[in-house]
Design a protein around this ligand. Structure first.
Ligand code: ARG
Length: 257
C-alpha cells in the first residue's frame, strides 16, 4: 500500500474525478490508515511503498503492476500523469526480490488483472491494451481471459468485478460487453450479480481472503448478498479516495503466491 500523502484531484482521467471538488488529504490519510489497520487485524502483512510528491494517484497501488510467484509485471500507464509511478513501483518490486518484466503495451496492473484460481481475468477497453494480455500470458504462464469493459465509469476491471475466492466472483453486468458477459457466465455459473446502487459506490472494489471481504462501507446491498453467500463483509469508508475513482482494491497491490 502507498499512503495518500500527496493525494489530490488535480487532473481528471476518469469520470469520477472532478478537479473542482475539494479533497481533504488529511481525511484521506485517516481513511487509508483505517484500511491498513483492518488488514493488519485480519492477519495480513502490509508493506508500504514510499509515496512521491507530484504523483497524486500513487495511492492506488493496485495499478503499480501484477505480482505472482517471484515475477512482477510492471505497469505501463495509459496517461502521462501517472507514468512516473511505474519506475517507483518497479523499484519497490526489485528491492522486494521480484524478477521484474515490462510490457510494450499499456497495462495498469491489478486494476485490470485479477487472478481467480489459476485463471487471470484481464480487462480492456479503457486502460489496459488487449495486446498486453498476450504479453502477460507469456511472462507469467497463466491462462488469460480477456474481458471487454464498455462503461467509462467502470474503466478498470476491478471497478466492475470482485474476486471473492478461487472460484467465486461478483460483477456488475452492464459494465461488460455482451461477449464478456457470456464468457463470465460460462466460467462462473454462480457469480453474484451486483446492482447499480452498489456498483456506483465502487462496491465491487474489494479485497477478499476467501472469507473476509474488505469493501466500501456504502455498498450495503452487496454486503447483504455476500453474507447470504457465506462471506463476511467488512465495510471501510474511503469516501475521499472515491473522488479519484478508487476504493479498497485500488489502494491494495496483492502479492499472489
Ligand atoms: N485516478 C486513478 C486513475 O484514474 C484511479 C485509479 C483507481 N485504481 C484502480 N485500481 N481502479 O487512474
Amino acid at each position: 500500500m502507498t499512503a495518500p500523502e500527496y493525494f489530490t484531484v488535480e487532473y481528471a482521467i476518469n469520470p469520477w474525478m472532478d478537479t473542482s471538488t475539494p479533497v481533504d488529504t488529511a481525511l484521506a490519510l485517516d481513511q487509508w490508515d483505517t484500511l491498513r489497520r483492518v488488514y493488519a487485524e485480519l492477519g495480513h502483512t502490509v508493506e508500504l511503498v514510499t509515496p512521491l510528491d507530484g504523483l497524486p494517484d500513487m495511492v492506488y497501488a493496485a495499478n503499480g503492476g501484477f505480482l505472482v510467484g517471484d515475477t512482477a509485471v510492471v505497469a505501463r500507464f495509459a496517461y502521462p500523469q501517472r507514468a512516473g509511478e511505474a519506475d517507483a513501483y518497479a523499484e519497490w518490486m526489485a528491492a522486494a526480490g521480484y524478477r521484474t518484466a515490462r510490457t510494450d503495451h499499456v497495462n495498469e496492473g491489478q486494476g485490470d488483472l485479477l487472478l481467480v484460481g489459476s485463471n487471470l481475468l484481464a480487462g480492456y477497453g479503457f486502460r489496459t491494451d488487449r495486446r498486453a494480455h498476450d504479453e502477460i500470458a507469456a511472462i507469467t504462464g497463466l491462462d488469460v481471459t480477456s474481458l471487454e469493459l464498455v462503461d467509462p465509469r467502470f474503466y478498470h476491471l476491478d471497478t466492475a468485478l470482485a474476486v471473492l475466492d478461487d472460484s467465486t466472483i461478483a460483477y456488475y453486468p452492464p459494465a461488460f460487453s455482451d461477449n464478456a458477459r457470456r464468457r463470465i457466465g460460462e466460467l462462473f455459473g454462480d457469480a453474484i450479480e451486483v446492482g447499480s446502487a452498489d456498483a456506483y459506490v465502487l462496491g465491487l472494489n474489494v479485497v477478499s481472503d476467501g472469507r473476509h471481504v474488505v469493501m466500501p462501507a456504502a455498498a450495503t446491498g452487496f454486503a447483504g448478498q455476500l453474507r447470504r453467500a457465506g462471506f463476511e463483509p467488512i465495510g471501510v469508508d474511503l469516501s475521499e479516495l472515491l473522488k479519484g475513482g478508487g476504493s479498497v482494491k485500488c489502494c491494495t497491490l496483492e502479492r499472489h503466491p
